[in-house]
Design a protein around this ligand. Structure first.
Ligand code: ADP
Ligand code: ASP
Ligand code: MG
Length: 428
């Protein structure tokens, strides 16, 4: 008998029909002999609806109260699913995050799970019950309700699976697995049978919202057997793999994008030791996360420093930067929030040249200007104007041959297309 943790996202529990469909699926798995813990999200759109309500009452509402409000979304779906299971003669009990003792730190809105009281869940499982757990929420040491950040039900599920040493954690969504790109943007995107955990981590953190980044980190740390599947359609889904190298390693596994960033440039700052610290120190003191950072070559001992932040932090960052500019005697501050970041990800990049060249050539063929570039061992990201996002993602998807099944794709064909590698390591 296997213990399986299943997670159903918002679209999978969007209405009574969908909840009944989930209950059918869960009760037949239970009848087949598996032990089941089921984590659910709020009905789709509900978390946004609650956020809008809060905003209408008080735009700067205390984060603690926002968490109390948001956690109600998942409380509705756990109760309805438990009722639907009981109606099928499948004994079930629902629990909020606090009841099942998902203990978190006290950072409201993006709390981290500290531990889970697995013994409580086991007592119910031993009695033959299905345990239904509210995703996205926990409780801090003072008993305050916390939430784990948007998409956090994925993390609840993976953390439950780790705590219970489940045989598998299955994330059910409205897509049939992890695709080579968001299938909503690229219709010819292809489902991957497997993806390595490090590629999944990059894709998630670079914008592919099919799994919350934190859930992939958790899975990697505890080696949780993790699969992404559709709750609408039968199929094998995508398995997250922990093997260092898969047998047939594609060069590029996927493309991710996000429109959540904004960029800021401080122009004409003295190029001297400590300047990066003087510019970025106050930004980090304000708890603003910085993503890409680029410092230009200096002319006449003056340089420009550009960095990106989350769009929500744009206005505050600009204000901080203007103060810094006045202090260090910089020429000025410019910024833009009409940008998008596109990233190609693949562990095959480590051993193949030509990826960056293909990327830049493809964008230039469509006359898309690259504003910023950053790389890591297994990814290359570029920032472009956001109006070109869809065009760029589709063009790159086809340039890297991602729509073609891996077995048919020869890695030579790609390197052969890009013999003009310059310096910059394998990626160029
Ligand atoms: P849920 O509500 O079930 O948690 P999400 O909306 O959070 O579902 O995540 C699923 C969505 O992720 C899909 O509808 C799809 O548009 C998007 N997505 C983005 N990138 C990818 C990708 N590479 N593969 C699959 N889905 C992706
Ligand atoms: N309901 C939460 C959200 O919309 C958590 C989740 O669905 O994973 O972000
Ligand atoms: Mg999600």
């Amino acid at each position: 008998m296997a213990l399986i943790v299943e997670k159903y996202g918002g679209t999978s529990v969007a209405d009574v029909d969908r909840i009944n469909a989930v209950a059918d699926k869960v009760s037949s798995a239970k009848r087949a002999g598996d032990d089941l813990v089921v984590v659910v999200s709020a009905m789709s759109g509900e978390t946004n609806r609650l956020l809008t309500l809060a905003d209408q009452i008080h735009p700067q509402a205390a984060a603690r109260e926002v968490d109390v409000l948001l956690s109600t979304g998942e409380q509705v779906t756990i109760a309805l699913l438990a009722m639907a299971l009981n109606a099928r003669g499948c004994s079930a009990r629902s629990y909020t995050g606090g009841q099942v003792r998902i203990r978190t730190d006290a950072v409201h809105g993006r709390a981290r799970i500290v531990d889970i009281d697995a013994a409580r869940v086991r007592r119910d499982l031993d009695k033959g019950r299905v345990v239904v757990v509210a995703g996205f929420q926990g409780v801090d040491d003072d008993g305050n309700i916390t939430t784990l950040g948007r998409g956090g039900s994925d993390t609840t599920a993976v953390a439950m699976a780790a705590a219970l040493k489940a045989s598998e954690c299955r994330i059910y969504s409205d897509v049939e697995g992890v695709f080579t790109a968001d299938p909503r943007i690229v219709p010819e995107a292809r489902r991957l049978d497997r993806i390595t955990v490090e590629e999944m981590l990059e894709l998630a953190s670079l914008g592919a919202k099919v799994l919350q980044t934190r859930s992939v980190e958790f899975a990697g740390k505890f080696r949780v057997p993790l699969r992404v599947l559709s709750s609408f359609k039968e199929g094998p889904g995508t398995l997250i793999s922990y093997e260092e190298e898969l047998m047939e390693q594609p060069l590029i596994s996927g493309i991710a994008f996000n429109r959540d960033e904004a960029k800021l440039t401080i122009c004409g700052v003295p190029d001297e030791p400590g300047i990066a610290y003087r510019i970025l120190g106050p930004i980090s003191d304000a708890h603003i996360n910085v993503d890409m950072i680029i410092q230009n070559v200096s002319a006449d001992n003056l340089t420009d420093v550009t960095f990106t932040v989350h769009r929500d932090d744009y206005v505050q960052s600009e204000k901080i930067l203007r103060d810094v500019a006045a202090e260090v005697g910089a020429r000025g501050v410019v910024g833009a929030d009409n940008i998008a970041k596109i990233s190609v990800v693949g562990v095959g990049m480590r051993s193949h040249a030509g990826i960056a060249t293909t990327m830049f050539k493809t964008l230039s063929a469509d006359s898309i200007n690259i504003q910023l570039i950053s790389t890591s061992e297994i990814k290359i990201s570029v920032v472009i104007e956001d109006k070109y996002l869809e065009l760029a993602v589709r063009a790159l998807h086809s340039a890297f041959g991602l729509q073609i099944a891996e077995t048919k794709k020869s890695s030579e064909s790609l390197t052969a297309r890009e013999p003009d590698a310059v310096d910059g390591g394998n990626k160029a």
